[in-house]
Design a protein around this ligand. Sequence first.
Ligand code: NAD
Length: 501
Amino acid sequence: MSKFTQVNVPATGKTISVPTGLFINNEFVPSVDSQETIQCINPATEEPICSVVAGSAKDVDVAVAAARSALKTTWGKNVSGFERSRLLNKLADLIERDAQELAELEALNNGKPVKIARDFDIGDSVGCLRYYAGWADKIVGQSIDIDNKTKLAFTKHEPIGVCGQIIPWNYPIMMWAWKVAPALACGCTIVMKPSEFTPLTALKLSELVVEAGFPPGVVNTVPALGSVGGAALAAHPGVDKIAFTGSTVTGRKIMEAAAKSNLKKVSLELGGKSPQLIFESADIDQAANWAALGILYNTGQDCTAGSRVYVQDSIYDKFLQTLIEKAKALNIGNGFDEKSGGGPVVSKVQYDKIWSYIDAGKQEGAKCVLGGEKRPGKGYFVDPTIFTEIKPGMKIVKDEIFGPVLSVGRFKTEEEAINLANDTTYGLGAGLHSNDAGQCMRVSQALEAGTVWVNQYNLLYNNVPFGGKKQSGIGRELGSYALDEYTSVKAIQWNYGEKLD
Ligand code: NAD
């Protein structure tokens, strides 16, 4: 297989040169032993885009060795925070320069609208790299007095080491940036495994890593199947930390592999079944806007998707009608069509999974009040779908669907609302809409979630921590909190006077 392929962008008539190999030591190389390839599909047309190498466990060994060597020589403790900051800023500039091309490649492989990929996913990623560029020279320890006469201790926040980073397909560029930026700021080296559904932009970004001037081996990219390359990284004795975003099922496997190998540090950003509570004092129009955004953004393929909405009885009918109107207004179509507010779902697997849930919702007796009908023709399109008359045990109420499928229930009291919201094994996001300040404070404290949005939903900022409670994950991304995930604290205890008899 050649090192690069020319990808056609039918909507623009342009071609994009995309690397197809493994990215190790700043070069695109073939697999050491695998003849397998990963075929990338355009989810809007179901047509193949191109194929890239499917890395093997041995390829992971080579990439980990490259990352270890860089950690010991050109990176890790051997590079100053100022230099790490400079390089991260340079990488951010290059991504900003190539934003349109990267957005087109993202849209082609993932399906999302080009303008959303460019203005939100890539805009946020550039901001994330710059945010952590700001931290790189400010990662400092403490000086701790022991007795003020003979002894002092101080701490150093050292890079944790070689990091395996396993990312999903819903935000391929943004998840890359969320993982890469804090790791590099802290002086770690990386073996990145993108999702087998969306490896193209991670490979394209690898070219920019070279152009920015990062030394060889600092960032390595191994496109591979999860059960092969992902599993090899999680079990690797040479990997010091795994950062993972994806399903709870896979998160469990990663933790088990970490425990059985070298007890590497693990951070997991997993699934969710996030609730939004709409109280009677809420601005109904605004709450409906946020509820629609919560479930429909990224066609519902969002770990914080607000997939359960509970509405106070007194405003239920009015709110539901408003929400249906808002959801109907979203145009789901080809990501290269300027009019599309959302794209197809990422793959046939995901499409079939979502439809199995819609069918289950109907069979279990929920009432489908919007959508729920397949479109004719090509492409993995799923229109906004809303169920009412739901019951707690139903599959659509319990499971993460990862599609534009919303369950709407009702409640009488604040206490009932809180109990319904927390009745889940997940704890990633939660939203509440109310104009009663006391209620906002009480309910936000009672909700079991890593993020609670009040009178808004799904907004993320690079300086605000993000992560889950319960089975939604371990650890935090973003903000200063993410630095803890990529550093190891060393205490140095210094005796400058005490003599032992
Ligand atoms: P997944 O968890 O299988 O994949 C996520 C990443 O993990 C991919 O890079 C994949 O290659 C890798 N992986 C898979 N098996 C692995 C293993 N045994 N060891 C190490 N890495 C492995 O998710 P999926 O199958 O792509 O999607 C399934 C469901 O997961 C979705 O329907 C959705 O509910 C959920 N999901 C959640 C998120 C999120 O952001 N929390 C993202 C994607 C998918």
